[in-house]
Design a protein around this ligand. Structure first.
Ligand code: BEZ
Length: 195
């Protein structure tokens, strides 16, 4: 399986004493399984969230990958998410967790207060081996309804993300349309408190 851990270490050598902002736009919005110094809603410009990345190790398996979000360039679009200020050692954990195709990129972020900071964000680009790419929202919903992996069902991932976006007051038509299509399939039995 693809492993981006070493590439991420090379891309952004971090100073052990300097905390760094991390921008989360997927499961990081609703779940942080790492210590952080600060957490605040933020957005980035020029990117849109899409369920176009395959998940071999969390919400699917190598034989039946699930679908999880990545960011696709989209000039003029705002992507809402959650920012965490973390110590650089936390990236060891995150690089390992997101080794299935995600690379770190640097991005300007804007907080709800209007303040700006630079942050790092994990993006799975179209040239990674686990990338699945575009499909209709209906197709993606059926794919998600049928996928499960070591971190739980793909449906839970989608439903928790959609709920977290609503709590942020963020409208994301792609996510909400797939959520509606998934609920129409009658397949998912959401376990609200799953990790
Ligand atoms: C996130 O922002 O939630 C995220 C997305 C993909 C990989 C790692 C983190």
């Amino acid at each position: 399986m693809l492993n981006t851990t070493e590439e991420n270490r090379r891309r952004h050598p971090l100073h052990p004493d300097h905390p760094v902002w991390l921008f989360g736009y997927g499961s990081l919005i609703y779940k942080a399984d790492f210590p952080y110094l600060e957490r605040a809603p933020a957005s980035i410009s020029g990117w849109t969230r899409r369920f176009w990345q395959g998940s071999h190790d969390h919400r699917g398996t190598p034989k039946n990958p699930g679908r999880v979000v990545t960011l696709i360039e989209s000039p003029g679009t705002l992507c809402a998410g959650m920012a965490y200020r973390i110590t650089p050692d936390v990236f060891e954990h995150l690089d390992h967790r997101e080794k299935n195709g995600y690379l770190r990129f640097s991005t300007p972020m804007t907080f709800h207060t209007g303040e700006q900071e630079n942050g790092l964000v994990y993006i799975a680009t179209a040239d990674n081996g686990a990338f699945l790419g575009e499909a209709s929202e209906q197709h993606i919903a059926h794919h998600i309804a049928a996928s499960h992996g070591p971190s739980g069902s793909n449906a839970d991932y989608l439903l928790q993300l959609a709920e977290a976006l609503r709590e942020l007051g963020a409208h994301d038509a792609h996510v909400f349309h797939i959520e509606a299509a998934l609920l129409r399939t009658g397949q998912p039995h959401p376990t609200k408190n799953s990790p």
